[in-house]
Structures are given as structure tokens and as C-alpha cells.
Design a protein around this ligand. Structure first.
Ligand code: HEM
Length: 280
């Protein structure tokens, strides 16, 4: 039987795997299309570096969302897309580095010095090196060989995601909106993980509600700290910007919306949740 990425392990076609594959491949096709049609602007390599970096972070966070989704919905099949999404995040990170090197006209010596002396690049490099280790140990053979140590090793993904988000912040100029949004989602995911470790029931709506409120406040607070430290904007102005909901609400509101949506999920999928929640 031909092993195609949209089939599950049993060789059956899986809509979930096809959706994950589409999510992984679509941004690359979009960037390639824009590159071929002049849609990347005056500095195509720079623009492609930015876009691949953004997708690396987004896919990393989506990968981290798989386990909480499995716990909250009680639907164990989410797990069949985790490895694919994680590898996609790494692939975008690698493409991001290669585009950066191409932008440096492949002057590797100059790039190495830059990465060593500019903290935001050093942090990006450490994140990518860590993701490379996780990607290299994501094969079935490596999982078997490492046993319990595999879980311990792959827990580092949270730290690596935090480094990637920090790298995102540090390279943001005056507008750190998307970096703040990514940090907020990371706080939400870390909160759900902590709640799980503390024994809070994942299917009970109060778990995502409490975590969502904490992550929302954390997002708003870190946003104030970031703008205060990086741009000198007074804390009151940053906080007040959260009260203006047009044209788009600030990141803290999106974190709240996603967190509260997670609280509703077990209510609308009760049968699935009841069947497997205890096993998750
Ligand atoms: C050796 C590793 C890396 C290098 C050399 C690198 C380099 C860069 C550079 C040059 C920029 C643009 C900075 C600017 O225009 O001022 C950038 C932005 C960015 N990088 Fe990296 N990076 C690395 C690793 C990573 C990794 C592992 C991730 C995510 C997992 C990542 C995510 C991002 C993001 C999200 C942005 C901002 C994109 C935007 O503003 O639109 N980078 N990086």
C-alpha cells in the first residue's frame, strides 16, 4: 500500500490529515505564487523571510494546541496530525533561515557573526536548533528507542515556542501586535497544560474559562510591559487601547475569545467528550 500523508496509520483516508496537510502546504504555495507573480513587493526575500517566520510560529502553536484539544473534546484522533504539524513548523523555520541566508547573498561567515552578535537572531537560532532536534527524534524508531525520555525531550517544545515568540517580539519594530497575539495564545496553551497537571478536569468548562481569563490578563500585562520597555509608550495608553474595539480588537480580546470558545466545545460535543474523557 502506498503511504500517502492524507491517510491514517491504518491506510484509511482521513479528512483530518488532509486538512492538516493543506494547512501545512497552503502558506508555502501562497508564498511561491506571490514570488512568481511579483506579489512579494520590492524586497521579495525579506518579505518571504517574514512570512515563513510567521507561519513557523503559527504552526508551532497549532501543534501545541493538539493535546489540549484532544483533552477538551475527548477526541483522541487529533493526535494523528500532531507530528505532521510539528514537522511543518520546523520546515517553515528552516525555509526562514535559508531565505535569510539568501538575503545575505550566502555570505555564511557574515551570517554566522550576525547570528552570534545580535541577540534576537541568537534566540531564533537556538529555537530552530531545538526544533531540529525534535524533528530528528520524531520518527517511530526514535520514539521507540527513547521510550520515556522521548516525552521529557519533547516537552521542550514549550520552551522553544517561547523563544520563537521572544524572537518575534525582539524583531518587531513599533508594532508588536502579532507577536503579542502569539504570546497570548502561548500563555493560553501553557495555562491549559498547567491546569491539566494540577488535575483540573479538561472537559469541565470552568478549566478553559479560568485559564482564558488568566491568559487574557497576562497578555494585556505583557503588552503593557513590552511597549513600555521597547517604545516608552505609557502603560495607561496601552491599556486604554484595549478598550477600543475598532478596527480590530487588541490581542487580549482574541485570547479571551479563543479561550471561551474552548469552554463551549465540550458542551457542544458531549457524546464524544463523555466517551473518552476519562481516558485522555
Ligand atoms: C537561525 C535562525 C533564525 C534566523 C537567522 C532568523 C532571522 C530572522 C530575520 C532576519 C527576521 C526579520 C527581521 C527584520 O526584518 O528586522 C526574522 C523575523 C521573524 N522570525 Fe526569525 N530567524 C530564525 C529563527 C526563527 C524561528 C525558529 C522562528 C519561529 C519558529 C522564527 C520566527 C520569526 C518571526 C515570526 C519573525 C517576524 C516575522 C514578521 O514580522 O512578519 N525565526 N527572523
Amino acid at each position: 500500500m502506498i503511504d500517502v500523508p492524507w491517510n491514517d496509520r491504518a491506510g484509511r483516508f482521513s479528512v483530518l490529515r488532509l486538512a492538516a496537510l493543506s494547512l501545512a502546504v497552503a502558506p508555502a504555495l501562497w508564498i511561491a505564487f506571490d514570488s512568481a507573480t511579483g506579489g512579494l513587493g520590492a524586497k521579495p526575500l525579506d518579505e518571504a523571510t517574514h512570512r515563513t517566520g510567521e507561519w513557523a510560529v503559527r504552526l508551532l502553536l497549532i501543534t501545541l494546541a493538539v493535546t489540549p484539544l484532544r483533552r477538551i473534546t475527548g477526541w483522541t484522533r487529533w493526535i494523528i496530525v500532531r507530528r505532521m504539524l510539528g514537522l511543518a513548523a520546523f520546515a517553515y523555520g528552516l525555509a526562514h533561515l535559508l531565505l535569510y541566508l539568501a538575503d545575505q547573498n550566502w555570505h555564511l561567515d557574515r551570517a554566522v557573526i550576525e547570528i552570534a552578535v545580535r541577540p534576537y537572531l541568537t534566540i531564533g537560532f537556538v529555537a530552530l536548533a531545538g526544533l531540529a532536534v525534535l524533528a530528528a527524534t520524531s520518527t517511530d524508531a526514535a520514539i521507540r528507542r527513547l521510550g520515556r525520555r522521548w516525552n521529557q525531550l519533547h516537552r521542550f517544545i514549550y520552551g522553544l515556542a517561547a523563544l520563537a515568540v521572544l524572537h518575534f517580539f525582539l524583531q518587531s519594530k513599533i508594532n508588536a501586535t502579532e507577536a503579542t497575539l502569539m504570546m497570548g495564545f502561548l500563555l493560553l496553551l501553557m495555562g491549559l497544560r498547567l491546569a491539566h497537571r494540577a488535575g483540573w478536569p479538561p472537559g469541565a468548562p470552568r478549566t478553559p474559562v479560568v485559564v482564558a481569563l488568566a491568559a487574557t490578563l497576562g497578555t494585556a500585562a505583557l503588552e503593557v510591559l513590552w511597549y513600555g520597555a521597547a517604545t516608552g509608550v505609557p502603560w495607561r495608553a496601552v491599556l486604554e487601547s484595549n478598550l477600543v474595539l475598532t478596527p480590530w480588537p487588541r490581542p487580549a480580546w482574541w485570547v479571551l475569545a479563543v479561550g471561551l470558545t474552548l469552554a463551549v466545545v465540550p458542551l457542544v460535543t458531549p457524546r464524544v467528550a463523555d466517551r473518552t474523557r476519562t481516558a485522555a
